[in-house]
Design a binder for this molecule. Structure first.
Ligand SMILES: [Zn+2]
Length: 460
């Protein structure tokens, strides 16, 4: 069952906390308050909350805590939770070829289980809004997208479900096996149906749908073109993988006579309504095109490291004005599945460009919050702690043994170990308390996921 929003007149008061609002001027309070009313932020500021407030159902003394906006995950493949730890030492193309046959045996029940695992890991690491790029739809295996949406809603995570797809298999020069893809026509019909059935564009929506052909080496040029037309007709966003590896760049040059960004441009895939995962192999001209068009990037540092893909040029993208958010990527290439730890990984990996200030702690926090909100087109609703925005908040405990000797709480979060999560609010509901989900029994999820992984491995 979907988690329901709290009563509109109910208040929750959080006091005595350090607060990083991540608003336009990076306002911080050393000892401040946040008031949640219903599913919205009613006030945020210095010192204690106003005393006259009525209907306060909960007052949290957040002494020793840092309050931040909930983190926003811009790229993931939830179904991969049950195919972790496989193809451990491969680059992307070999890793994909090794895993496609297993992935092609999934069904709605297995995806439901895997989604519980992936969404739980996100929530438990401070994530309040996530997108999930699902692109494997074997025939006759049930309502896979519906199963993933139901699982996410039972945990109370704000969600962008991506109707992904593949229609370029081996016989057409692509990477996936022939049996793992759908026809172009089937994909376009199913993508439109998914938008009609689930996309809720209202303020505060818990469920968006976007259209997301998988990658240049697994979808046809026609599908890219038609998907862009469809998304714009329906008023939804577009997502895909782009410029992830040197091999992909080579593939595009051989097949299309140009690099990935020019290819995307030629198919209508640059624009404010588009974001792409990875964007590791981008030259100055590619970055300029993304900046000019407002095309967003989902930066996935751990996955890029796991697959030895390279280091995205995030500092150059930010300097040019490209919208950049953080992504876990699928958990078959980032087994941790945590978004909170990506703050630190992004900071460290971008410093390998050779500059100690390439990404600051506050810069990493901005990527993981407002950056992601902008990439998902939700910057007016989430991503910062501001009056009138949705009450998606993380309360990080930074006075324990791992953090108490760090004076700057933002440094504790972005440079230290991931702090315990005393509470995580999504839409005004505490869906995590003391590092534990409040909505679904965690032991049950663990058992369900273990069974699903074993069942998938045994299928042939
Ligand atoms: Zn991916």
């Amino acid at each position: 069952m979907a988690v329901q929003p709290p009563p509109a007149d109910q208040r929750i008061v959080i006091e005595n906390a350090a607060i990083a609002t991540v608003d336009a001027t990076d306002t911080e309070y050393a000892r401040g308050h946040v008031v949640i009313k219903g599913n919205l932020i009613e006030s945020v500021g210095d010192g204690p909350a106003p005393q006259w407030l009525d209907n306060v159902v909960r007052r949290i003394n957040a002494e020793g805590h840092l309050v931040t906006p909930g983190l926003v995950n811009t790229h993931h493949h939830f179904y991969q939770w049950i195919t972790r730890g496989l193809a451990q030492d491969n680059i992307l193309f070999d890793w994909l070829v090794a895993l496609y046959p297993t992935w092609a045996r999934i069904d709605d029940q297995l995806v439901h289980a895997a989604t519980l695992g992936s969404a739980a890991a996100l929530l438990k690491s401070g994530c309040t809004t996530a997108s999930d790029h699902h692109y494997v739809f074997p025939k006759g295996r049930g309502d896979i997208l519906g199963a993933s949406i139901e699982a996410v809603q039972s945990l109370g995570l704000r969600f962008t479900a991506l109707r992904g797809s593949m229609d370029r298999s081996k016989k057409d020069g692509g990477l996936p096996p022939d049996h793992a893809v759908e026809s172009t026509e089937e994909i376009l019909i199913a993508s439109e149906a998914a938008v009609d059935r689930w996309h809720d564009a209202s303020f505060g929506s818990m469920l968006h749908v976007a259209i997301a052909p998988c990658s240049p080496f697994s979808v046809s040029t026609e599908l890219l073109r038609e998907a862009a037309v469809l998304a714009r007709r329906k008023g939804v966003r577009l997502h895909t993988h782009g410029s992830e590896t040197a091999e992909e760049e080579q593939f595009c040059k051989e097949l299309f006579g140009m690099g990935p960004t020019d290819y995307f441009e030629s198919t209508g895939w640059l624009g404010e309504d588009v974001w792409m995962a990875h964007c590791v192999h981008m030259n100055d001209s590619d970055i300029a095109k993304f900046a000019e068009t407002g095309t967003g990037v989902a930066h996935c540092p751990s996955s890029n490291a796991r697959l030895a893909a390279g280091i995205a040029r995030v500092p150059a993208m930010l300097a040019a004005g490209v919208p950049v958010g953080l992504g876990v990527d699928g958990t078959a290439s980032n087994e941790s599945g945590e978004l909170g730890t990506e703050l630190r990984n992004a900071l460290l990996i971008n410093r390998l460009h050779g500059r100690p200030d390439a990404l600051t702690g506050r810069g990493a926090l901005r990527l993981g919050t407002m950056g992601g909100a902008r990439v998902l087109g939700r910057q007016d609703e989430i991503g910062s702690i501001e009056v009138g925005k949705l009450a998606d908040l993380a309360l990080w405990k930074v006075d324990g043994i791992m953090h108490s000797s760090i004076a700057d709480p933002v440094a504790a979060l972005t440079m230290g170990a991931l702090p315990p999560l005393t509470a995580l609010f999504v839409n005004g509901n505490a869906v995590v308390e003391r590092d534990t989900l409040t909505t679904v029994n965690e032991d049950q999820i663990a058992l369900t996921c273990a069974r699903a992984a074993r069942e998938l491995a045994a299928r042939d």
